[in-house]
Design a protein around this ligand. Structure first.
Ligand SMILES: Cc1ncc(COP(=O)(O)O)c(C=O)c1O
Length: 394
């Protein structure tokens, strides 16, 4: 007979504080939406931040061929395969007009791994790292899990939910690091090039390690371009990803542009934590650089969705929409509807089948009167959800 192994909660073993970080509310919204979908409800997702379009056929065929040809898909170099690092380097040259040698580019298991390894290689336990509120939820969670101390910079619509040099100057103490994201999640806003240069200069002059999250580069609208910090400072760490513009979220691939002085520790940490990024994904990603027109046409679809939402949401009474010039998010102040956006989103989900994320993930204090719309969705779904919201709000 099998022995009873005890019940959860009975153990007297120590549990790490490191794991006691906030859960992702968006994943909980997703869980509820999926449960409703399984019970037969017609659910529209305007919640999860991933492209709804699959990676181009050419990339899938390339990956399939690698498998059927029996290609060697063992561990790769911890920093990623050179052909991919070269493609990324060329991409910087073609798109941003900047020279980023492949040796400075390190391929990672999504930008999530790049971000975490950056924290471990650049900072020590107890160091302070500044982030703007509202933030991508994993930033404070990963900082806390790494034993670092988040220093919050509250932003609002007046600076497009982005930090400025003046806000950095106003901090009581200089942090060891600063995290920025442009275009951002949840607001979709872009730091313009001149302001980014000021931030980079300020960080360099004050010994603050800048981490620039550029995973939504390539997804901008109305002629706006997001500049890369990679061309502005040898000290900044830039993280980027194949999950958004490149349509490969589940392939778990990203990269970092890593300063010379961090290269060695970055590589050692990666070797120990991950050995290498997934081989099949890296080889497939080499082919995605031949499909840039297809990727750009997907961005064209997001642009239409964005226009529809920015035009129609105010008619439904949604005010205070973030000027989303990039990514596929609109952050909306719903203070005129509710002071409990969690309940508001649950009600919308249960009564209309439209899944939207409450702001608490992005701002623990003020998020209760914000919500985030994701428009990486079919245009027909965006239109249908507007109709459902209209009926519900009546
Ligand atoms: C701002 C931001 N950074 C990083 C990530 C992590 O993405 P990945 O690990 O898939 O590259 C996300 C995912 O949504 C994000 O929104």
């Amino acid at each position: 007979m099998a022995q009873a192994i005890g019940r959860l909660g009975e153990s007297r073993m120590k549990l790490s504080n490191r794991g006691r970080i906030s859960p992702f509310h968006v994943m909980e919204v997703l869980r509820e939406a999926n449960a409703l979908a399984e019970s037969g409800e017609d659910i529209i997702h305007l919640s999860v931040g991933q492209p709804w379009v699959e990676v181009p056929e050419k990339v899938r065929q390339h990956a399939a061929k690698l498998l059927t040809d029996g290609a060697t898909l063992g561990y790769t170099d911890a920093k990623g395969i050179m052909p991919l690092r070269r493609k990324i380097s060329q991409f910087y040259k073609d798109r941003e007009g900047i020279d980023v040698p492949p040796e400075r580019i390190i391929v990672t298991v999504g930008s999530s791994a790049a971000f975490y390894i950056t924290l471990l290689s650049a900072f020590d336990v107890g160091d302070k790292v500044a982030i703007a509120i509202p933030y991508y939820p994993a930033y404070p969670n990963m900082l806390e899990a790494a034993g670092l101390v988040p220093v919050y910079i509250r932003t609002d619509a007046s600076t497009h939910y982005q930090p400025t040099v003046e806000m950095l100057e106003a901090l009581p103490e200089k942090p060891a690091g600063l995290v920025i994201a442009s275009p951002s999640n949840p607001a979709g806003t872009v730091i313009d090039k001149a302001e980014l240069e000021r931030i980079v200069r300020y960080c360099d002059a004050n010994g603050i390690r800048l981490i620039s999250d550029e995973i939504y580069h390539g997804i901008t609208y109305g002629g706006v371009k997001a500049a890369s910090a990679a061309g502005m400072s040898p000290n900044a760490v830039v993280v980027n990803s194949f999950s958004k513009y490149f349509l490969m979220p589940g392939w778990r691939l990203g990269w970092a542009v890593v300063p010379e002085e961090l290269q060695r520790s970055y590589e050692s940490l990666l070797q120990n934590f991950f050995i290498s990024p997934p081989a099949i994904s890296q080889h497939a990603a080499v082919a995605v650089f031949d499909c840039l027109d297809e990727l750009d046409s997907v961005v064209g679809g997001y642009a239409r969705n964005r226009e529809i939402l920015l035009e129609e949401l105010p008619k439904l009474g949604f005010r205070g929409l973030s000027p989303a010039h990039g990514a596929f998010y609109i952050y909306a102040d719903v203070g005129n509807f509710t002071n409990d956006s969690d309940r508001f989103c649950k009600d919308i989900l249960q009564q209309t089948g439209v899944s939207i994320v409450p702001g608490q993930d992005f701002d623990r204090e003020e998020g209760h009167h914000f919500i985030r719309f994701t428009f990486a969705a079919r245009e027909a779904h965006v239109r249908e959800s507007l109709q459902r919201l209209k009926n519900w709000l009546k």
